[in-house]
Design a protein around this ligand. Structure first.
Ligand code: ACO
Ligand code: OAA
Length: 371
C-alpha cells in the first residue's frame, strides 16, 4: 500500500476542467479570478463554471431568466422552515431545507445530464431564497418572495430586508459571490464529489457539501473572524489579544491555507472592499483592526489571510448578520458544487481510498462476562 498522506495534502484525486490553482494563481476555466472580479457578474461566472466558457449575451440572459423563474421555493419547504427551532444555526437550517427540496422535486431521482442541469439551476436559484426566508422567519417576519427580474445578488439582499439594496451593496456582494464560487477540490466540493461518485442524487451531494462547508476550518471560519473582531473590540486590544491567542497555540481564524502558502489571491479584493465599505459605514476601525491582526499574524507566524478573513468585515459592512456569513458562502459555492457534481457524473468512478490500519491485531472475541 502507498504511504499515508495526512489530510490528503498534495494528493491529486481526479482530473477537472473547472478551476485551477497554479503557482498561487486561481482561475475558473482558465480565466484569472482577478479578471472576473474586475469585469464579470456572478451569473456569468455560474455559466462559466457549468459550461467551461463565458456566455454570449443571449445565453446569459437565458440563464438569468431561468434563475429568476426558479428562485421561489415550494410552499411545503417554507412551511417546514417555519417549524425549525429559531435558535438553530442557519447552516443547519440550510442543510435541512435543501434536503427537503429534494422531496418536492419530481426530477430528484432522474440521473440524466439534462435533469441534473435543471436541478443545478433550481439549487442555485433557491439557495438564497431559503436563507433569506429562514433569516426572516426566525425574527418573526414573513418571508419575501423573490423578484424574478432581479439578479441573484440583488434578489438575496432584497429578500432579506424587503428593501431595494443600494448599487454599492449589490456590486460588493456580487464580487464576493464571484470570489467564493469555486476552489477546485476544497473539502466541501470533494465531499460532494465523494457522495455523488456512488451515483446517488445531486441533492445528497449538496447536503454533504453544506455540512462540510459549515466547519470552522473551512467556510465556517468567516463567522469566527467576525466573532474575533467583536472580541478584540478596539485597535489597542489587537496586540494583547493576538499575543495571548498565539501563546495559547490557538488558531487565528481566517489565516493559513492548505494550498496557498504565499497568500490567497482572493484576499486582496476583499481587503480593498473592506477598506472602502467600513469607511462608508463609518466603522473604519473594523478594517484597521483587521490590518493590524494581519500584520501581527503574518510577522509572527508567517501566515497570510485567506478568503474568509476580510470577507467578515465586508459582510458586517453590508449589514448582514454574522451567522449568515457561511450560508452566503454556500450561495456562491453552490455554483462550484453543482459544476463539480455534473463533472463527476460525466466521468464517474467510485472514490474509495484505503486506511492505514494502526489498531490491535490478532484479538479474539471474549464472552461478555469474561471481559
Ligand atoms: C474557504 C476556506 O476554507 S479557507 C480556510 C478557512 N479556515 C480558517 O481560516 C481556519 C484557520 N486556518 C487553519 O485552521 C488552517 O490554516 C487550515 C485548516 C486552513 C489549513 O490547515 P493545514 O493545511 O492542515 O495546515 P496546518 O494545520 O498543517 O498548519 C501548519 C502549521 O501552521 C499552523 N497554523 C495553520 N493555520 C493557523 C492559524 N490560522 N493560526 C495559527 N496557526 C496556524 C498550524 O498550527 C501548524 O503549526 P505546527 O506546524 O506548529 O503544528
Ligand atoms: O480550497 C480550500 O481548501 C479552501 C478554500 O479556500 C475554498 O474552499 O475556497
Amino acid at each position: 500500500m502507498t504511504a499515508t498522506t495526512r489530510g490528503l495534502e498534495g494528493v491529486v484525486a481526479a482530473q477537472s476542467s473547472i478551476c485551477s490553482i497554479v503557482d498561487g494563481v486561481l482561475s475558473y476555466a482558465g480565466i484569472n479570478i482577478d479578471e472576473l472580479a474586475e469585469n464579470a457578474i456572478f451569473e456569468e461566472v455560474v455559466y462559466l463554471l457549468w459550461h467551461g466558457a463565458l456566455p454570449k449575451r443571449d445565453q446569459l440572459e437565458a440563464l438569468q431568466k431561468q434563475l429568476g423563474e426558479n428562485a421561489a421555493i415550494p410552499q411545503e419547504v417554507i412551511d417546514s422552515i417555519r417549524s425549525y427551532p429559531k435558535g438553530v444555526h442557519p447552516m443547519a437550517a440550510l442543510r435541512t431545507a435543501v434536503s427537503s427540496l429534494a422531496l418536492y422535486d419530481e426530477e430528484a431521482q432522474d440521473m440524466s445530464p439534462e435533469a441534473n442541469y435543471r436541478k443545478s439551476i433550481r439549487l442555485m436559484a433557491q439557495t438564497p431564497t431559503i436563507i433569506a426566508a429562514f433569516a426572516r422567519i426566525r425574527q418573526g417576519l414573513e418571508p419575501i418572495s423573490p423578484n424574478p427580474s432581479y439578479g441573484l445578488a440583488k434578489n438575496f439582499l432584497y429578500m432579506l430586508t424587503g428593501k431595494e439594496p443600494s448599487e454599492t451593496a449589490v456590486k460588493a456582494f456580487d464580487v464576493a459571490l464571484i470570489l467564493h464560487a469555486d476552489h477546485e477540490f476544497n473539502a466541501s466540493t470533494f465531499a460532494a464529489r465523494v457522495t455523488v461518485a456512488t451515483l446517488t442524487d445531486i441533492y445528497s451531494g449538496i447536503v454533504s457539501a453544506i455540512g462540510t462547508l459549515k466547519g470552522p476550518l473551512h467556510g465556517g471560519a468567516n463567522e469566527q473572524v467576525a466573532a474575533m473582531l467583536t472580541e478584540v473590540g478596539s485597535l489597542d486590544n489587537v496586540e494583547p489579544y493576538i499575543r495571548k491567542a498565539l501563546d495559547n497555540k490557538q488558531k487565528i481564524m481566517g489565516f493559513g491555507h492548505r494550498v496557498y502558502k504565499n497568500g490567497d489571491p482572493r484576499a486582496k479584493w476583499l481587503r480593498q472592499m473592506s477598506k472602502e465599505l467600513t469607511a462608508q459605514i463609518g466603522r473604519p476601525e473594523l478594517y484597521e483592526m483587521s490590518v493590524k491582526i494581519e500584520e501581527m499574524v503574518t510577522s509572527e507566524k508567517g501566515l497570510k489571510p485567506n478568503v474568509d478573513f476580510y470577507s467578515a468585515s465586508v459582510y458586517i459592512s453590508l449589514g448582514l448578520e454574522t451567522d449568515l456569513f457561511t450560508p452566503i458562502f454556500a450561495i456562491s459555492r453552490m455554483s462550484g458544487w453543482t459544476a463539480h457534481i455534473m463533472e463527476q457524473y460525466e466521468n464517474n468512478r467510485l472514490i474509495r481510498p484505503r486506511a492505514d490500519y494502526t489498531g490491535p491485531v490478532n484479538q479474539h472475541y471474549v464472552p461478555i462476562d469474561q471481559r
